[in-house]
Design a protein. Sequence first.
Length: 292
Amino acid sequence: ATPTSVMVGTGRAAELGVLFRSGAALEGLQGTQVVALDKTGTLTLGRPALGEVRPQAPFTRAQVLTLVGAVEAGSEHPVARALVDTAAAEGLTLPVATDVQAVPGFGVEGVVDGRRVQVGAGRFMARLGIGTGALDHEAQALADAGHTPMFAAVDGQLAALVTAVDPVKPGTPEAVRALQAAGLQVVMVTGDDRRTAQAVARTLGIGEVRAEVLPEDKQRVVQELQSGGRRVAFVGDGINDAPALAQADVGVAIGTGTDVAAESADVILMSGDLRGVPTARALSRATLANIR
Ligand code: ADP
Ligand code: MG
């Protein structure tokens, strides 16, 4: 590539909110065969709303929202805000939780009014030895409808099923279609529940899903996709995504995202609109065509 054509390409990209952090990034994108997409915050808005609260007797909705909201007030996970906001909207006063600890990829726990409260994915409950059988059927039905199921336990006793719903971004369906039309293999990679991930993938026409991937394992999934010398682009927004972004042949950080994600990326999409990916790829091809 001549330096001038790369400059023209990166300049045009910048107008579209696509920042290539190097000439190599601009050149690399056209040669990719696989695009791996994080779900939360990349395909979806990343701002989940509360879905359903299904308390288990003797717990009431208000008790569940109070205990769970108190613990989530100390969490930075996207679902935390939905829970805290709902508790506030329902006029509940949240006590201050102590000993709050996030368990990345699993959930969060803390102590509220002397009671141990644990909230998280089904696998968090499994790890704690808390049975979810009474609510599993409901959880699966809601997950099949695209909700993220979470369970709450109080002093080791199952207290509720709580779900979150994170809508797909408006530009996502078109972006996925454009990538597939360009002949790329599109893969969803997410820490979310398998059924939830598959429900979202189904609505987008994405056939390949890697779900319930722990934060530290996203990089390994990218590595797997690279087997046989395939060139893989990874698109993600979060802190958890930094190792996967670095592992990918081309790492694409989307949206305002986090500084950590942006630092590990080769391409930054300022707008958060996934259509920036096919746009960036088209620019990459056009620039290289100009060079030749
Ligand atoms: P992702 O961001 O891809 O959904 P994470 O690894 O952050 O993946 O989380 C995986 C799952 O762990 C979530 O879908 C949720 O079920 C659970 N989880 C993590 N943190 C929390 C939290 N603070 N409150 C409730 N559930 C949580
Ligand atoms: Mg994400």
